[in-house]
Write a protein of this length. Structure first.
Length: 618
């Protein structure tokens, strides 16, 4: 959600800013704008709507200059209007600013600034920042930014320019991600962005800002300083930060011939599951090697309890992780919504490990839950996709899922990547706690077979398209599963409602009788995840209960299960694997079903309404 891009160098800023904004469109937004500095003025252009609308404005009224900032906004305070769009400036337009995050004390600051004569034109919390910086400005922009931020409560990632201190961009971070891109080769140019995708076409060298840090960007380079240093003796301590190299290829953030990013990412899953296992499986030992857990190894030998915290799709992956760890490693596990964990005074006892799962590594609620757990004395392990993200840097150890950039807002390949890592972690823990070598080797073999099994599941796309055509005009759907496949039912329902806007609910199949069965009629499709696993016969009984009430059943079944296929309205066969790995195969048809239905309904699959890819506000 919300994207920031900034540039200072020798090239014209406008096309570079627009390109960066386009690269971040997948994050979700409702308005866009840029500001370019030249000849002692700021050229600000912004508009409610998509970036192509902004491009039309700029075609008619371009802005020239070699330093600028841009933004895509996801509305929090105030509706998506042109006045509420970023960049914001004060009345004289000396100061311009873009901001991700939420200023919690903005109403108090706004009242004080109005008393000093400042006039506000938007409904946003962000506008107080630009007025506050302008109020305290005395010739040096970084000092003014630091002084203003000392009065602010909340989260922010900001980029600021001022005409009286030109040829620099000042950026700062507290709880909202920012990175600095360093121009390649001999080019004297610098970038700032909230997402590495925005700068990948121009540089692979980036520096990540930490909370409480401010950076000054000029054409010659950058300096990072702690915000609090400005309030001390006046001597600023420069922070040396390691330069990270981004391994993603530019074609990974292109559609590559697919109609949508989501479809591309669904079909990438055989490869991303392979990547999540690459170099980690030890077949002879029947275990997994997870190098990122070296610092936690001694603690893991004595862990007594695990708490997994996550949001959305990652929370569904965590539920599968609970089943895996409890069954294989015999460790008690609790799964917590990150947004609730930090507010309910969680009990952290000796021997408790907390695992934070997030695709982006920047999810605000998950970050906050992780920090609360650490404050209470628990070591924290991270499972993330984005290298160098906040969770990756702040945890005591962790594992990357190596899925590459996920552009579609509705997560697909990151989910299966998370499940693959959780299965390997559960295997690693189980072998240290008594799982036999034979059992370990069976799981390793099952993991090795997954990419080919996922490829076979993807071959059902044509069948799934026919099923989707029959049900794409429905208003409600119910998803049911048991055991390991109950979280898959939740994830299938989430995918459908995220991108098709059809109301869908996931339940444990046996819980259907405790309420949802009242909804079942001939107009409501019921999707069952029904492989021939340990609870197969129980699920078949639940299917009969739905059929007896006139319900229409779509079933994900194991290859060769002709008996169940004859009892349901639509059977979608998938390869059979061991129970603990079945979710990785069973979820594939549900992703495709949601995608095909959404496309038939004319929905914007990659940028569904009201949603954002990385939720960086609470």
């Amino acid at each position: 959600m919300c994207g920031i891009i900034g540039y200072i160098g020798g090239r014209q800023a406008q096309p570079l800013l627009l390109e960066g904004l386009h690269r971040m469109e997948y994050r979700g937004y409702d308005s866009a704008g840029i500001a370019v500095q030249a000849d002692g003025v700021h050229g600000v252009r912004k508009i409610a709507g998509k970036i192509n609308v902004l491009e039309e404005v700029l075609y008619r009224d371009p802005v020239a200059g070699t330093a600028g900032i841009g933004h895509t906004r996801w509305a929090t305070h105030g509706p998506p209007t042109t006045l509420n769009a970023h960049p914001h400036s004060e009345a004289s337009s000396r100061t311009v600013l873009v901001h991700n995050g939420i200023i919690e004390n903005y109403e108090i600051l706004r009242t004080k600034l109005q008393e000093l004569g400042h006039v506000f034109v938007s409904e946003t919390d962000t506008e107080v920042l630009v007025h506050l910086i302008d109020e305290v400005f005395e010739g040096n922009l970084e000092q003014a930014v630091a002084a203003a931020l000392s009065r602010v409560q909340g989260t922010y990632g900001i980029a600021v320019m001022h005409v009286a201190d030109p040829d620099k961009i000042v950026v700062a971070r507290n709880g909202s991600p920012l990175l600095i891109g360093i121009g390649d080769g001999d080019s004297e140019e610098m970038f700032v962005a909230s997402d590495v995708a925005a700068v990948l076409a121009h540089t692979r060298k980036v520096v990540y800002l930490d909370d409480g840090e401010l950076a000054v960007l000029t054409r010659e380079g950058h300096e990072i300083i702690a915000v609090t240093d400005f309030g001390a003796s006046g001597t600023q301590r420069l922070i040396n930060r390691e330069v990270s190299h981004i391994d993603w290829d530019l074609d990974q953030i292109e559609r590559g011939g697919f109609e949508h990013f989501m479809l591309k990412e669904i079909f990438e899953q055989p490869d991303t599951v392979r990547d999540a296992m690459r170099g980690r499986l030890l077949e002879e030992e029947g275990t997994a090697h997870l190098g990122g857990l070296r610092e936690l190894a001694d603690f893991l030998d004595d862990v007594k309890r695990i708490v997994i915290t996550a949001c959305g799709t990652s929370w569904h992956a965590a539920l599968v992780g609970e089943y895996l760890l409890e069954e294989l490693a015999r460790i008690p596990v609790e799964v917590e919504y990150a947004s609730e964990y930090r507010y309910r005074r969680p009990i952290v006892t000796a021997g408790t490990l907390v695992i934070a799962i997030s695709q982006s590594g920047e999810t605000a609620d998950t970050l906050a839950a992780m920090r609360e757990a650490r404050r209470r004395g628990a070591p924290v392990m991270g499972i993330v996709n984005v290298v160098g993200s906040s969770i990756a840097r702040e945890t005591d150890g962790g594992v990357y899922i190596h899925s590459g950039p996920e552009i579609g807002v509705a997560s697909t390949k990151a989910f299966t990547g998370q499940l693959t890592v959780l299965a390997q972690f559960a295997l690693y823990m189980a072998r240290r706690r008594g799982l036999t070598l034979l059992e370990g080797r069976e799981i390793v073999a099952g993991l090795r077979a997954l990419p080919e099994q996922i490829e076979r599941a993807l071959e059902q796309d044509e069948l799934i398209s026919r099923v989707a055509h029959e049900y794409h005009e429905t208003s409600n759907a119910l998803y049911l599963g048991r055991g390991y496949n109950f979280p898959v039912a939740l994830e299938g329902a989430l995918k459908l409602k995220e991108i098709s806007y059809i109301h869908a609910e996931g339940y444990p199949a046996a819980e259907m009788k405790h309420g949802p069965i009242a909804l079942i009629d001939e107009n409501m499709p019921v999707v069952f995840i029904a492989p021939t696993d340990a609870v197969y016969h129980k699920v078949v009984a639940n299917i009969e209960e739905v059929k007896a009430r006139g319900g229409r059943v779509i079933a994900i079944v194991s290859d060769g299960d002709s008996q169940l296929a004859e009892r349901v309205d639509h059977a979608i066969p998938v390869p059979r694997t061991i129970d603990c790995l079945q979710p990785l195969v069973s979820v594939i048809p549900l992703q495709l079903l949601a995608y095909r239905i959404a496309v038939m309904r004319g929905c914007n699959v990659d940028q569904p309404r009201n949603l954002a890819k990385s939720v960086t506000v609470e």
